[in-house]
Design a binder for this molecule. Sequence first.
Ligand code: MLT
Length: 245
Amino acid sequence: MKISVYHTPEEVPAGSLPDCAIAIDVLRATTTMAAAFHAGAEAIQVFSELDKLLADSESWPAQSRIRAGERGGQKVEGFDLGNSPLDHSPEQTKGKRLFMSTTNGTRCLQRIQEAPIVLTAALTTRQSVVDYLLSNQPDTVWLVGSGWEGEYSLEDTVCAGAIIQRGLEQAGLDLATTIGNDSALAAVSLYCQWQTELGKLLYHASHGQRLLSKNNTADLDYCAQLDILDIVPIQQSPGVLVWKQ
Ligand code: MLT
């Protein structure tokens, strides 16, 4: 298994695809997706355009849909929810389809949606993603950070490093044959440096600072937790994620 890391969707090589592409948006989209499935979401349909989300979700019965729109870290006017993982509880979400659009995370997913296998990952689901990779053994894997408007995000890259490092440890993988590019080794190094202080790293990160400026420490603390959910959202059809228990 050869694992490459791309810090943002813009970095992924045009005209090629891996066997398995994994979107990472720790703050907060892929953390929120896992939390929604944990709360019982039927499926998550992702959109890069808010208007298309509203139009496509119109045909879905209102009592079994949730429209979640976020831009700039804030809930979009007229949507049911923003993009907090803490919004989702069984009472709120169980059995419903989440129609979701965020600043970066859903755009990342659209960039990789043609890969044969598309997953999402977060720090909260790191171990379950590693278990999936080790049991399915795709030859080539891309870990793709969502970044922020094209810029690098510390939290997404540290999550990529956490996935690779755990895989190396758990399966005794050889670093030289597993690492697919320089960013992958840099991601492992970042994780090894910060693995005991992930919360502190997220507070330092620019998007962490953005959330702190809105007094949103609760989301930051939730998103920094490692391996708390055994959930691997997988793309069932372009733009539609499910989680098969
Ligand atoms: C993103 O898509 O960049 C994030 O999920 C934004 C956020 O909701 O904090």
